[in-house]
Design a protein around this ligand. Structure first.
Ligand SMILES: [Zn+2]
Length: 381
């Protein structure tokens, strides 16, 4: 018998790929990796595990990936609601960030976001925010996977004073995180209306050299497209194409304004679309044509966006014995259409149990809450 760290028996296991539901199966984990997925009875004869756990009315699924968020913005949740994007940014979010964004703000906001995401079954997030070094530090300490965005803007913030400084700090962070097993980075030019041509050209070159993805808000609103036409004489997506950004390296967030021709171009380029339906609805930005994109062959992933525009970091949810998910005919149907994140009981990342019967193991819940309250009082004044 092989000695391993952990055997997880579950009523249902839904691997997603390949599609299908496995009943009374078992996941075998050793040294942070899944080493086998096999029938429970067979596992008992093949492995001797240091820990064996039975999840009798649970569905075990891969960790959810929040494909687009600004984790630290959790501290701004509910600060300004029911406004269109530019008014929300210009009059509420950017002033609050200018006054408050600091390493401490990003540290505490990211802890709050990670606590929320783990309690909702999210094990990996794709982030874009100032002080990405803090985001990376917190994620690594909590045992959470993250792709940390190396943010770039034309204008100064507390993190950097111009596009070149954002780029230099970003590349330094890329080098510093090389050996972090759960972290990766990508370039994150904020949006076509906040980053000019020269830094975008540099980003294309550096991304090719360093083999990094580019994470950017694109065609979020009709207003953005109109402004792009006014300023540059082309629609933003066309401008990005001319600058060399439209490629398999691009992760384009939102994409609510797309012509048929643009959908075909995105499909042909191999770029990815990160769809944030709740943020788009809340800011009344428009609808991403997800069905048409998928039909055209585009890879579409789902994100929450920041908690200030959603207002939750909920990908959905996973214990299925509860009232809300009974009677159960098909566990996949219950997961997709009925289960809520409050039904997530346990979460593992790289073999480490980060949520234990809804208790966080790498974060002090009371301390996270206390600091969120402190920030509310500071931000309100
Ligand atoms: Zn966003």
């Amino acid at each position: 018998m092989d000695k391993i760290d952990l055997l997880l028996h579950a009523r249902w296991i839904i691997p997603v790929e390949p599609a299908g539901v496995l009943e009374q199966h078992c996941v075998a984990v050793h040294q942070g990796r899944i080493v086998a997925l096999l029938p429970g009875a067979e596992a008992e004869t093949r492995y001797r595990a240091a820990e064996t756990l039975h999840l009798p009315d649970h569905a075990l699924i891969p960790g959810l990936i929040n494909a687009h968020t600004h984790a630290a913005m959790s501290l701004l949740r509910g600060l300004a609601d029911d406004l269109p994007l530019m008014e929300w940014l210009n009059q509420h979010i950017w002033p609050a960030e200018t006054a408050r964004a600091s390493p401490e703000f990003v540290h505490d906001g990211t802890e709050l976001a990670i606590a929320e995401m783990l309690r909702g079954g999210v094990t990996c997030f794709n982030d874009m925010y100032y002080f990405p070094d803090e985001t990376a530090r917190v994620a690594a300490r909590c045992g959470m996977r993250a792709n940390v965005g190396l943010i770039v803007l034309d204008f100064p913030t507390a993190w950097a004073s111009n596009a070149d400084e954002y780029l230099h700090k970003g590349i330094a962070l890329h080098d510093a995180l090389r050996d972090e097993p759960l972290l990766s980075v990508s370039f994150a030019p904020h949006a076509p209306y906040t980053v000019s041509d020269a830094p975008l050209r540099k980003i294309v070159t550096y991304a090719e050299e360093l083999n990094l993805q580019i994470h950017m808000h694109v065609h979020e609103t009709a207003d953005e497209v109109r402004q792009g036409l006014e300023k540059y004489g082309t629609r933003p997506l066309q401008r990005l194409k001319e600058l060399g950004l439209l490629s398999p390296s691009l992760m384009a967030v939102h994409m609510t304004q797309l012509t048929d021709e643009e959908i075909a171009q995105v499909a042909q380029s191999g770029a990815h679309v990160l769809h944030c339906p709740e943020s788009n609805l809340k800011l009344a930005s428009g609808f991403c044509p997800v069905a048409r994109l998928i039909q055209a062959g585009v890879n579409v992933a789902i994100g929450t966006d920041g908690a200030a525009s959603n207002n939750e970091l909920d990908m959905f949810a996973v214990r299925l014995g509860a009232i809300e998910t009974q009677p159960l005919y098909d566990p996949v149907s219950q997961l997709v259409y009925a289960a809520g994140r409050h039904q997530v009981t346990d979460v593992w990342v790289a073999g480490q149990r980060l949520l234990h019967e809804r208790k966080l193991t790498t974060l002090d819940e009371q301390a996270v809450l206390a600091r969120a309250l402190e920030w509310r009082d500071k931000i309100r004044t």
